[in-house]
Design a protein. Structure first.
Length: 679
């Protein structure tokens, strides 16, 4: 027995020595690879990476918890409104569904593409959409192409949509609408001839004015659905997708053309930058392209032209819908066009387009304006339609990538004057959802994408990525060439193949300082209390006092006049002609109140951005300068008996201080009065 044990011990020791020897003889980088995951590039099973991407649930507060612990050069000071602030500003509203307002069905009114006819299941009248040759973006007059309908199929020319009614006394608000894509044989043939490999379907679904936090707050059903996708699709939630300017054009211009000047064109003809456009590039690589934008105005054409040479445009219906239904892309109500919301027609068109051209590659840019209004609540009408679209899109058996994104956050009303509001505008939504079979063809893409979800992204990166994806699945060829094609002055990254560096700054990403969410101020310690800085802080307080004492007949102030107590901090940031200052200070009227304000100063008159709240003033700052407040933040918690009263009177509680004793005395008197009444 003892002998057996001895042999066993010797054998165990021998095995241990062999094991330790093998471990030490392993190449060093392999050993460190295994320890260093998830930052390593090689030797990791793709299955394992995908499991990680799949296992992550997307969630509202992921931004702070993911970004704040990282050692990044650019970390925004805020990611947007707190839940409490947001619920107060944008309460939950339930809007009526369009199918309850217009009774119709796919059988009652439809376009048959086999024989190119329009069908309605009654007699009445129909208004036809524009002919394909007239399809373009921008504002123009829609004249009714009205016809009687005698119950027989009506032959169409090149129209893609029509409205219909069984009630001949009606002139608008027809109950039936049909929109059916008309296949373009030439586009299909061109794409077949130039296709380089397996086709891919790339969709950019842009919800205008949708911040990341707004998406999570207002579209809970879509979020729930995305968190339940278990098979075949990986989702990446990018927390530092940053704006480079105020409006849509600062998003779509870099996406479509790379780094070219953003200018307003008076003439709006044709396709202004076709030669550098992403659609030209993709056409040469087997793609059919489509673009839609649900508005009847010149915002887009002023920048890109009225007729970009994409294969399909969804443009004229919105002017027709303005005439038929009083449709407006800034309406504060649900936007019904017949029995579907405007955005639902666009989503259906993407599915129609995806199916029609399934044998070649496809690129869609669809710009939805449902959130483009000032209440911040109409966006919730997208939720059910988006969930349905996502289900159908990902059930398609194809290689596909969907960019679900905002161009910027809300920029209406007074949101810019608070730090949380101005930051929410800076951080629009960006989810990239990709079929696993796409990611498997791009080495290490899941791991790289996952890391990039927490890195500063540039709008210019989109152009690089789309060009790369145009060569799918070969993303290695011409990698550097594509990068420099996008921009000569900036380094851009493909988030599928390149790790975005931790130290990327706003400047590196092409984000002007004014719009940068992570301005790095340098503290001024020595002359913080000098006369000029005292003067600056007093001027800021003067602006507060003016705001607080604007007297309207119906709006009498309850705010007391504020006086500077102490300047706690001054930080400075220089930019070409402007200086930015961050000031923290207290006031005499309430010791616990601490303010943080960012101001701009300039020798020359300051151009005020469209949505900025505070106006420009003059100040003696050693010499006469112009200044304006960018945003104001309260660093103390300012819940008090006054806050409610101030909000009720429509003053801003951030910088209005009221006399609490006043209300305490009044409420005491009322209580005493009530008590005495009872007695
Ligand atoms: Zn926009």
């Amino acid at each position: 027995m003892n002998k057996f044990l001895e042999t066993g011990t010797i054998l165990f020791l021998l095995l241990w020595i062999v094991f330790v020897y093998v471990l030490y003889m392993l190449p060093e980088d392999n050993a460190s690879e295994a320890k260093a995951f998830p930052n390593s590039d090689t030797d990791i099973s793709i299955e394992y990476e995908l499991e990680i991407a799949r296992g992550r649930q997307i969630s509202l507060l992921d931004d702070e918890s993911s970004i704040n612990p990282l050692n990044l050069t650019c970390k925004p000071e805020s990611f947007g409104y707190t839940l409490e602030e947001a619920l107060f500003l944008f309460p939950n509203v339930t809007y009526p569904r369009c199918e309850e307002q217009y009774i119709s069905s796919p059988e009652a009114f439809y376009i048959n593409r086999t024989d190119n006819t329009l069908h309605m299941n009654c007699t009445g009248k129909v208004a036809l959409g524009f002919l394909e040759a007239n399809e373009e973006f921008g504002k123009y007059w829609y004249y009714d192409r009205l016809k009687d309908y005698n119950g027989e199929p009506l032959a169409l020319e090149t129209e893609e949509y029509a409205f219909g009614t069984c009630d001949i006394s009606k002139w608008s608000n027809f109950e039936h609408v049909a929109y059916k894509l008309r296949p373009n044989k030439e586009s299909l043939q061109r794409a077949k001839n130039s296709l380089r490999g397996k086709p891919i379907n790339i969709v950019m679904l842009v919800i205008d004015s949708l911040s990341r936090r707004m998406f999570f707050r207002k579209l809970p059903k879509s979020v729930e659905y995305l968190n339940s996708i278990a098979k075949n699709v990986s989702i990446f939630d990018f927390k530092l997708h940053h704006v480079i300017g105020q409006n849509s054009q600062y998003s779509f211009m870099p996406t479509f053309y790379g780094d070219i000047p953003i200018v307003v064109s008076e003439y709006m003809q044709g396709d202004l930058y076709y030669d550098v456009s992403i659609w030209k590039y993709l056409h040469e690589r087997g793609f059919v392209t489509m673009m839609g934008m649900d508005n009847c105005d010149n915002n887009l054409p002023q920048f890109i032209g009225r007729k970009p040479k994409v294969d399909h445009k969804m443009g004229s219906i919105w002017c027709a819908a303005s005439a038929q239904y009083g449709y407006s892309e800034t309406s504060k109500r649900e936007r019904c066009i017949g029995n579907k919301n405007a955005h639902a027609w666009m989503m259906d068109y993407i599915l129609d387009f995806s199916e029609t051209y399934k044998n070649v590659s496809r690129y869609t840019y669809m710009h939805i304006d449902t959130a483009h209004e000032e209440t911040g609540t109409v966006v919730s009408t997208i939720d059910l339609d988006l969930k349905k679209f996502l289900e159908e899109f990902f059930s398609r058996d194809e290689d596909s990538i969907l960019f679900l994104m905002g161009d910027h956050g809300m920029r209406y009303g007074e949101w810019f004057k608070s730090k949380d509001g101005s930051h929410e505008h800076k951080l629009p939504l960006l989810l990239i959802m990709a079929k696993d079979r796409v990611l498997e063809k791009i080495p290490n893409s899941s791991k790289i994408l996952l890391q990039n979800t927490n890195r500063l992204l540039s709008k210019f990166d989109f152009h690089t990525i789309l060009q790369h994806l145009g060569n799918y699945p070969d993303l290695e060829s011409h990698r550097e060439e594509i990068r420099t094609k996008t921009s000569k002055r900036l380094t851009t990254y493909n988030w599928f193949t390149d790790y975005v560096p931790d130290n990327r700054t706003c400047e590196d990403a092409g984000i002007p300082i004014f719009w940068c969410g992570c301005k790095s101020f340098i503290e001024i310690t020595e002359d913080k209390n000098s006369e000029i800085f005292q003067n600056l802080t007093k001027s800021v307080i003067e602006v507060f006092n003016t705001e607080n004492h604007i007297y309207y007949r119906w709006k009498k102030t309850i705010c007391v006049k504020l006086h500077l107590n102490e300047t706690k901090y001054i930080g400075k940031l220089e930019d070409e002609d402007l200086d930015y200052y961050k000031i923290k200070f207290t006031i005499k009227e309430k010791e616990s109140a601490m303010f943080e304000v960012i101001v701009r100063l300039s020798r020359d008159p300051i151009e005020k951005h469209e949505s900025e709240y505070f106006s420009v003033h003059k100040i003696d700052f050693g010499e006469m300068k112009f200044f304006n407040i960018m945003n104001v933040n309260r660093l103390d918690s300012y819940d008090s008996i006054c806050k409610e009263k101030i909000i009720k009177r429509k003053f801003d509680p951030t910088y209005c201080i009221c006399d609490e004793n006043d209300f305490k005395r009044k409420s005491l008197n009322t209580t005493n009065g009530n008590n005495s009444g009872k007695q």
